[in-house]
Every structure is written in structure tokens, then in C-alpha cells.
Design a protein around this ligand. Sequence first.
Ligand SMILES: Cc1ncc(COP(=O)(O)O)c(C=O)c1O
Length: 448
Amino acid sequence: MEIPQFSDEKYDRIISDYEKKTPKSKKFYEEAKQHIAPLGVPAYMIWHRPYPFFVEKAEGSRVFDVDGNEYIDLFIDQGISFLGHQPPKLKGSIARTMDKYGIHLELCEELATKWSRKINKHFPSCQKIKIVNSGNEATELAAQIARTYTGKNKIIKFQGHHHGWNAVLSYDSLAPGSGTLFTEGIPENHWENLITLPINDIGEVEDAIKKNKNEIAAVIMEPLGVSTGAIPLRDGFQKEVRELTEQNGVLLIFDEVATGFRVAIGGAQELLGVMPDITVLGKSVGGGIPIGAVGGRDDVMAVVGVLDPRAERFGPVFPMGSFCAHPLAMAAGIAFIEELEDGDYIKNATLRAKELAKGINEVATRLKMSFSAYTTYAVVHFGLAVEQDMSNAPDMLEFNQMIRLGLLLSDPGVVALPGHVYMSGVHTPEDIHKCILAFENCLGICKE
Ligand SMILES: Cc1ncc(COP(=O)(O)O)c(C=O)c1O
């Protein structure tokens, strides 16, 4: 399938319309560039050309920029704000915690226990939990735990699966075949202990385990595939990997940073009926405050620290961090999980996602465009049906930029990620209707 080629004239027109709509944001961006490294800012800034809009206020499913424009937010903080912006119960919980402890407390209080009990309730695979500050930290820690527990060094990951930017797992991340594209600055020999395999081929996994007999500590995967199913895994693949790892004394790590408390309250493992040895959580489980966590079987997690005050040394794995189990993350996280337990947020988000995908597909058919959308629970993926091939990457990037700018230019604008959007539990049918109109407007521009 052809990727539309945009004339300079068309591209310039779109950019100029965007500049007309967002003059203050442009000024804010010029100022920001003087002080902040290009990647030293929220992720949205790095993905958005020619410059991002700057937010004045965020509420529910909407954000308002400094130029007075309104947007329906289908980015919702990379899916973190699953209850929308300013969720009242989470804010209340944070306020009460601040009244009690102030802003941070690196002493013990009972919130971390309450939070961990909730995780354990919904993720029975997490018998014991270590709380850190981001998904990136948590995947790195999961690898350290697996290596220590098994006494082996090698880890198998899958092409394109993303586990943060750490120097342990960030090889061939996000886009299959990208290799070190996103990870300069790490010595090549660092990757000797990482085996990257194509998805969906259990024979390849079996061969790698055989060839590296007694050297593989773990297999790590995004359990629904790259970016929560953008490139889905074949039905049954996860179960086959589970059986194979079990038979060979290899641990299975599910990175549920993006799927946990989103595709189901118990994440992908609940849907698949597959129990990993180690689970990595992050994003929304801190209710919007930075968080990451590693949970696992009792015996596996026993390698993390010791509680015996007479111990001569700590460890063997000894993850430290000044902000670990931050009380505000614990308080907001508990309130977040309680909201999911009591409400229909996951069901609503999944339903809205289906409505949006259906609407986009109807528009594309009407416009006779080779554009389509599909869902993985509360996530909508969209784009051209182009094979995932890195040689197409620059064209795809340009196409995605056009789509995103086109969506922002609608009224109200729509905020999206390249190729996918996250649905929250508070998006309404009216929001979706307006988003479909925005897609129609935007695909119309691409087709001109
Ligand atoms: C599956 C997955 N793992 C790990 C991470 C890294 O998490 P964080 O951004 O909290 O470091 C992400 C972030 O997008 C993710 O989607």
C-alpha cells in the first residue's frame, strides 16, 4: 500500500494553519528550547512537529491551550490519566495524604501496604512487590531479579517490544528491526546478554533456549504485543511461551506497564489466563503520580533485600530510591484502583474505543482511503495498512505528523499519538462523535 506523499505546499499550508491557531504556544516553545534539551520535556513535545501546543488547563477528557483552543484528549498522558484529568476522588486522596504527611515521607506509613494488597488482589502473580518510580526502572529491576534468582545472565525479548529506555532492554524497541536506533551511547557489547527474537514463532524461542542451554534467565514480553497490541501477538503464543519457559527453568516476565488496569483490572494476564513469574506495572497504578513496580512469586521476589536487622549484607538485589513508594503515588493509586473496582471505567473505555474505530473505518470507506483502525480493548490503533518495515519509517512519520496536525486543526481539536490513541473511562459518546468528525476532516486533507 502506498504512503501518501505530501507536497511541500500542502505541508506548509497545514503548518501555517497550525501556527495561526497557536501563536502563544510557539512563543512558549521558542523560550523552552533555550533552556531545555529537546528530549528533556514531556513525551508529547518530542513527538510533535513543528512544535507542541502548551496547556493552560486540563479537565476530564479535555485540555485547553494557552491560545484558548479546546482539544479532546485522546493522548491522556500516554494512557496514564485513565480517569481523565482532575479525577475528584484521586485529588481528594492526595489532599488528605498531604494534610497528614506533607509532600514526601521517606519513612514508613501504611499506604504502601494497602496499595500492595490491592495489587495482589487483582494480580495474584504478584505475591510480593517492590515499588519504584517508573516503568523503566521496574523493567530493569525485573531483569536484575531474574538474573539473580536463576544465576543466569541472558534475557530474551521480542522485536519492537518496548520496556523503557534503560540500558538493559531498550534494544530494538518500539519499531521491530530498529536495533539501536533509539539507544546510542550504550556499548555494543552490552547487548551480548540480550537475545532479540521475532514475535509469534515459538520455534525461534525454543531454538534460542536450546542454543543457550542453562544461560537464559528470563523471557520478557509486552503480553498483548508492541504498544498494547499495535502489532498483535498470535492467539496462544503467550501460553506456548509460558509452557516452554516452565519446562526449561526460565522465568517469564510480563511487562504490564501499559496493559495493567487497562485491558482488564487484572491486566493481560487475567484475559489470557497466563500466570507469569514476574509482572511489571507502571503508568496509571500511581493514579498519575510517577510509579513503577515489580511483583512476583514469593520465592523469586525473596532475592530483593532482606528484612533481618542482623544481616551482614543487604541484597542480593538491593534496589534503592529516594522516592520509592512515594505516599502521594500510593494514595492516588489506591483511590484509582478503588474507582476501577466500583465503576464501569474499563467497560466504558473499551466501548468508546470500538465506537471510534468503527467511525474511523466508515469515514475511510466513504473517502475511499486505505486507512483503517482497530482496537485492543481501550486502545485504538490507526494508520495505513503498511507492513512494519523500517525503510518506510520516515514516510510513515511524516504521514503520522500530518494526521496529528490535521486532528489538532479541527474544532474542537483532537490530541493523538502517532498511530494510536488511548481511551479513558470518562470519554463520552459525544467526544467520540466529535473525534470521528475530526478524523473525517483530517483524512480529507490527506486525500486532497
Ligand atoms: C510496556 C512499557 N514498558 C515500560 C515503559 C516505561 O515506563 P515509564 O515511561 O514509566 O518509564 C513503557 C512506557 O511507555 C511501556 O509502555
